[in-house]
Ligand binder design. Structure first.
Ligand code: C2E
Ligand code: CA
Ligand code: CA
Ligand code: CA
Length: 277
């Protein structure tokens, strides 16, 4: 079931509950995609609100399917998480992020790269060793990376997740709490985990120029983050009013369509040149 998006891109609905036959074929398609290098790492800039400089990027995966075309992550990430395929995909993304980081460093470009991590990844005791190996292979520093973790990723088995995250942090990787404010235990995790960054969920940011409650929530979150010496990032910044409001509230970084949509990592250097003008 392919349908057309507003952007013109074709997306695929796996309908995973309908038949296990279909699930099996989707899983083998994902495996084939990895072999055929059909995944792409897109990046979206994070900009400092005090000076407009690009400080970091978030890595967001896309699937270029030979028949169905461009596929967004919401169409296959949940399935990849259910089946455990996500471990291989995360490994690919981390490797790609390290490769691109090394390339950019050689061009004098130093940006932190954020990678999204899922619950299945955190259950893997060998994840820190695997990441250390990737960093060593590409000769890049752990401090060049940030791992974005959602609350649901931790909830399944908090003890095990905490243990893995502690080890990753000890290696020098930054940790970020993604979609902050949407879960039940965000505050508990903030207390327990060695977090460096807090990402305010876009549901609070998208219409904050029109909704005073959203503004109050965003302001309180920024204050909370700063009181705990964390950097605070707002995602889903779509217009200049929200950008100005966030700056006024003292938010550290902004990410969203107003700055740029996610783009192929190869497009970033040229985009940066234009942005800096
Ligand atoms: P997320 O981590 O919360 O990523 C932010 C999503 O918001 C991205 O959607 C991004 O394109 C979108 N976005 C950015 N700016 C704006 C804006 O101004 N307005 C609006 N409305 N949306 C904006 P995307 O790329 O489709 O990814 C969706 C989700 O899929 C991500 O949510 C993340 O949970 C997951 N995902 C994407 N790539 C990966 C990956 O490599 N690994 C894992 N585990 N999950 C991934
Ligand atoms: Ca994220
Ligand atoms: Ca998010
Ligand atoms: Ca999300």
């Amino acid at each position: 079931a392919a349908k057309q998006r507003k952007s013109g891109a074709v997306i695929y609905s796996p309908d995973i509950d309908k038949s296990s036959q279909k699930s099996l074929s989707l899983l083998s398609e994902l495996r084939a995609a990895l072999e055929q290098q059909a995944f792409r790492m897109y990046v979206q800039p994070k900009v400092g609100l005090n000076n407009g400089q690009v400080i970091a990027v978030e890595a967001l995966v896309r699937w270029i399917h030979p028949e169905r075309g461009f596929i967004f992550p919401d169409q296959f990430i949940p399935f990849a998480e259910q089946t455990g395929f996500i471990r291989q995909l995360t490994h690919w993304i981390m490797n790609e992020a390290a490769r691109v980081c090394s390339l950019w460093n050689s061009q004098g470009l130093h940006l932190k790269i954020s990678v999204n991590i899922s619950t299945r990844d955190l259950m893997d005791q060998d994840l820190p060793i695997k990441f250390a190996h990737i960093l060593q292979q590409h000769q890049v520093d752990a401090s060049s990376f940030c791992l974005e973790i959602t609350e649901s990723a931790i909830m399944d088995d908090p003890v095990r997740a905490f243990h893995t995250l502690d080890r990753l942090h000890a290696m020098g990787l930054d940790l970020s709490i993604d979609d902050f404010g949407t879960g039940y235990s965000s505050l508990a995790y903030l207390k327990r985990l060695p977090v460096n960054e807090l990402k305010i969920d876009k549901s609070f940011v998208l219409k904050m120029e029109k909704d005073i409650d959203d503004t109050k929530i965003v302001k309180s979150t920024i204050d909370l983050g700063h009181n705990m010496s964390l950097r605070v990032v707002a995602e889903g910044v779509e217009n200049t009013e929200v950008m100005a409001l966030l700056k006024e509230l003292g938010c550290d970084q902004a990410q969203g369509y107003f700055i740029s949509k996610p783009m192929p990592s190869t497009d970033l250097p040229a985009w940066l040149e234009k942005w800096q003008q």
